[in-house]
Design a protein around this ligand. Sequence first.
Ligand SMILES: [Zn+2]
Length: 83
Amino acid sequence: MPLDVALNDVVRLRKPHPCGGYEWTVVRLGADIGMVCNTCKHRVLLPRREFGKRVKRFVARAPRAPGSAGTLPPDEPSIGTTE
Ligand SMILES: [Zn+2]
């Protein structure tokens, strides 16, 4: 099953970043997933497979356009609307 991830999604990883932060915002999609640490703003690239292994859960989902999930960056990121 392909990993359902889109730009501006916020994810929580299984292990904390050395800065102590657990939450990352997705900033790049491709063969590798780019993420920025929400705590220290450090940016990393992870292969999709590795990303899938490290993510514990999604904290916030960016809005998906119906029928084109994950292909376009949303105009209004919903960062901050954690559940
Ligand atoms: Zn960090």
